[in-house]
Design a protein around this ligand. Structure first.
Ligand SMILES: CC(C)(COP(=O)(O)OP(=O)(O)OC[C@H]1O[C@@H](n2cnc3c(N)ncnc32)[C@H](O)[C@@H]1OP(=O)(O)O)[C@@H](O)C(=O)NCCC(=O)NCCS
Length: 136
């Protein structure tokens, strides 16, 4: 089940984020708190616990930017990541394009490609090359 995150979910989200620092970078608590307060963070609950989250921002121009999406290692390849993306779409009345940047070397690129995101550019980031993916 995917639902909106609440402030009591912060510890669990932070724990998952810390375990995935190599992929998503360092995520600070105030950033998690800010996204939850704006209703821009979802969590996936499986086996009665939080096993993943997605943080995003809907910009004024209507584009939904995903900041991070993570599913705990032992719960991957069960369709949970895909279902969180679907939930972002469903929870917003307007049909929004969803965009995100992903380092070119991550397996997550295969995930985006297989759930119909299109690669729109490859740019130089601070440390590595970044793919920009878009789902319309
Ligand atoms: C990216 C991530 C969120 C995907 O979550 P997930 O729940 O495992 O993805 P799903 O099960 O919904 O995958 C849907 C489809 O994407 C593809 N896919 C997902 N992960 C894949 C992988 N590692 N290798 C190849 N294909 C993959 C498959 O086609 C999969 O369908 P299938 O399992 O029926 O073949 C997860 O791998 C993750 O948390 N990775 C670490 C953090 C990260 O890199 N985040 C993104 C930073 S930009």
């Amino acid at each position: 089940m995917t639902r909106k995150a609440t402030l009591t979910d912060i510890d669990a989200i932070k724990e998952i984020a810390d375990k995935n620092r190599d992929s998503i970078g360092f995520l600070i608590r105030p950033a998690i708190e800010a996204s939850i307060s704006k209703s821009e963070c979802l969590v996936n609950i499986t086996d009665d616990k939080i096993v993943g989250f997605v943080r995003y921002h809907i910009r004024k121009d209507g584009i939904c930017k995903i900041y991070e999406i993570v599913i705990s290692k032992e719960y991957r390849r069960r369709g949970l990541g895909k279902s969180m993306i679907r939930s972002i779409k469903l929870s917003n009345r307007r049909l929004l394009p969803i965009e995100l940047k992903c380092p070119v070397d991550l397996d997550a690129n295969i995930f985006y490609s297989s759930i119909d995101f299109k690669l729109i550019s490859i740019d130089r980031g601070k440390k590595r090359l970044l793919n920009t993916w878009q789902l319309i």
